[in-house]
Write a protein that binds this ligand. Structure first.
Ligand code: UDP
Ligand code: MG
Length: 332
């Protein structure tokens, strides 16, 4: 069988050599599986691509996919999934936060009949308290909101069966919250607990703003509950308004409450401001969905490839060791 490993890299100059070395060590020891190692250079501006090209030059197992610019982590490994030919595919970060040594165990669980083996972080070293807390809240929140059950504390480090990969590639959405999409696919999925290590070198490519964006993408692509919340807020406001209207009319006609002239300004002011706020917020919420619908309907390709290195060679390796498989090529 052929195992594909996908490693998305964005400005990972200080770590790619080490990740290549550690991954190769593990993969070379797999006795019953051939492997291909696919590095996806997600528009790095440092020396990452040259280093990858050099690595590729010396190892027939390696393929390099260079995207035309930075498309983001989720799209980068989607590009890798499209290029992968393996019967099983593993996605792993370049910074060695996810231990490659777990791959044989994942493979064993796959052979036992599981279609997805996902890494479940029991601890995370070297991350800021803020990231830990927000991540914890986020995974629980999205699980509550979403109709698809998305396992908590699970990143993108996972092994997937060819069948799962095909379904993922047939999912045409541009907003790709992959951990949710994999849960949506179904099949037999199993968790494998692990300790997340600190980054080997370099800095995280997910600054706060990108993290918020990612979280919003995740929630919006997997839940319409925020929209329903808007409706509910509207409903509640109408109920309050009816009470207010009755109060005002009765007072106007019968003068029951003896409101002196000049009073009532504060309540009017508060009500107008508050309702204005609620309306803008609701519009914004609807806008978030609308904007995403707009990106979806444009149906642009997900990414563009600038260069491919070594793919012909890996394909040859496969067809030499295995009967050729016909694979439905998914085009977006
Ligand atoms: N990455 C990428 N494109 C991006 C951002 C990140 O390909 O736009 C890669 C990055 O090189 C790394 C992985 O995605 O291999 C995870 O990123 P990072 O380690 O920075 O995220 P963190 O672990 O801090 O959440
Ligand atoms: Mg990382």
């Amino acid at each position: 069988m052929l195992l594909s490993i996908i490693v998305p890299c964005f400005n990972e100059e200080p770590v790619v050599r080490d990740s290549y070395r550690r991954l190769s060590q593990v993969l070379q020891n797999l006795t019953d599986a051939d492997y291909e190692l696919i590095f996806v250079d997600d528009g790095s501006t440092d020396d990452t691509f040259n280093i990858l090209a050099e690595i590729q030059n010396g190892d027939r197992h390696v393929g390099v996919l260079r995207l035309s610019r930075n498309f983001g982590h989720q799209v980068a490994f989607t590009a890798g999934l499209e290029a992968a030919a393996g019967d099983a595919v593993v996605i792993i970060d370049a910074d060695l936060q996810d231990p490659p040594e777990l791959i044989p165990e994942m493979l064993r669980l796959w052979r036992e009949g599981n279609h997805v083996v996902y890494g479940n972080r029991i601890s995370r070293e070297g991350e800021s308290r803020f990231k830990l807390i927000t991540a914890k809240i986020f995974y629980r929140l999205i699980n509550r909101l979403s109709e698809t059950e998305i396992p908590v504390d699970t990143g993108d480090f996972r092994l997937m069966d060819r069948r799962v990969v095909e379904v993922l590639l047939a999912m045409p959405e541009r907003g790709r919250f992959m951990r949710g999409m994999v849960s949506w696919v179904g099949f037999r999925q199993i968790a494998i607990p692990y300790k997340r290590e600190p980054r080997l070198a370099g800095r995280s490519k997910y600054p706060l703003l990108k993290m918020i964006q990612f979280a919003m993408d995740g929630i919006i692509s997997f839940s319409v509950l925020p929209l329903r919340l808007v409706t509910m807020t509207g409903f509640l406001t109408i109920c309050l308004a009816i009470v207010g209207i009755i109060f005002a009319v009765v007072d106007r006609v019968f003068g029951l409450y003896d409101l002196r002239l000049g009073r009532g300004w504060a309540s009017l002011y508060v009500a107008v401001l508050f309702l204005g706020g609620v309306q803008l917020l609701s519009l914004g919420m609807i806008g978030e969905y609308l904007g995403r619908i707009y990106t979806e309907v444009k149906r642009r390709p997900l990414y563009a490839v600038q260069e491919r290195l070594g793919f012909a060679a890996t394909r040859e390796t496969r067809s030499a060791s295995e009967p050729a498989r016909t694979r439905a090529k998914t085009t977006f």
